[in-house]
Design a protein. Structure first.
Length: 288
């Protein structure tokens, strides 16, 4: 019996140590203090804000000119507003727009770890930002990865508020979603979900329920009428590059520009930020 206990401890202690470390470290977020320090180091007048939406404290950071057009950045899964924080210190963009990056529900400091799996609800959760800062001008939305379907939903649900879309390695074609049900379904159950760090738990829950929602969006793509730029790396191993062609094929009532790069992977905001900057500037200038 003593030997069995020793064996259990030999395997269990390292396992639970790793589990605790994962839960504490794998957050994919900057603390509010780290965000303030970032703005100070970059000599940028930035600020952080929160508002309530249906039980969520939606957290966001902003910089730039309040009287200029709003550009809202929406991160992927898992992630947080930190995915786009460097853009809030881009002096070219700061001079021409009000820049906001937000924690989607369930991530960062927007009720961390409690997923909102509905794209419609996520779009509704971010709508107050558009309404508060639109300055009577349509807003430009930038969405990376799963942030792509979120901004698409916003454009479909609130067309009068949205004036341009920049998709970045966005997963929007339901037929191209990877076959991951075999492991995502068990991990979404209460029995196993506690094993995941909170960021991964929220991520797994929303990705698990993404495909049927993308299918529901299919007949609504033709309703998108604002300018669209789709940025896609051809070495993306997480989101099928075919999503770019899907965007061009489905959005038939607007201009869709594809920006592709052969040696680029999924992590465009970090590897090729200039492509996102150029896309935002192009839409901004077209609206002047």
């Amino acid at each position: 019996m003593k030997l069995k206990r020793l064996r259990f401890l030999f395997f269990a202690v390292p396992y639970f140590t790793v589990l605790i470390l994962m839960h504490s470290c794998m957050t994919f977020r900057m603390t509010p203090k780290e965000i303030d320090t970032f703005f100070e180091a970059k000599h940028i007048e930035g600020s952080q804000h929160q508002y309530q939406f249906d039980g969520y404290d939606i957290h966001y950071a902003r910089s730039g000119d309040e009287h200029k057009p709003l550009v809202l950045f929406v991160h992927g899964s898992p992630g947080s507003l930190s995915a786009f924080i460097d853009f809030l210190a881009d002096t070219v963009l700061v001079d021409q727009a009000l820049l906001i990056t937000t924690d989607r529900p369930g991530f960062g400091y927007s009720r961390f770890g409690i997923a909102e799996t509905s794209l419609e609800r996520q779009a509704a959760a971010l709508k107050p930002i558009l309404e508060k800062y639109k300055n009577n001008r349509p807003v430009i939305l930038v969405g990376h990865s799963l942030g792509g379907p979120v901004i698409a939903q916003m454009a479909m649900d609130y067309p009068d508020l949205v004036g341009g879309l920049v998709f970045v390695a966005a997963s929007i074609d339901p037929s191209l979603e990877p076959d991951e049900l075999w492991f995502r379904a068990p991990l979404a159950t209460p029995f196993l979900s506690w094993l995941l760090p909170r960021s991964f738990r929220a991520s797994n829950e929303e990705i698990y329920q993404l495909e049927p929602q993308l299918e529901n969006m299919l007949p609504r793509w033709k309703n998108v009428t604002c300018p669209v730029i789709f940025i896609q790396g051809m070495r993306d191993n997480l989101v099928d590059p075919g999503n770019a062609e899907f965007a061009k094929r489905m959005m038939t009532n607007t201009s869709v520009e594809l920006v592709t790069k052969d040696n680029m992977n999924h992590f465009v905001p970090w590897s090729d930020p200039e492509l996102i900057r150029n896309a935002v500037l192009k839409i901004l200038q077209a609206k002047d």
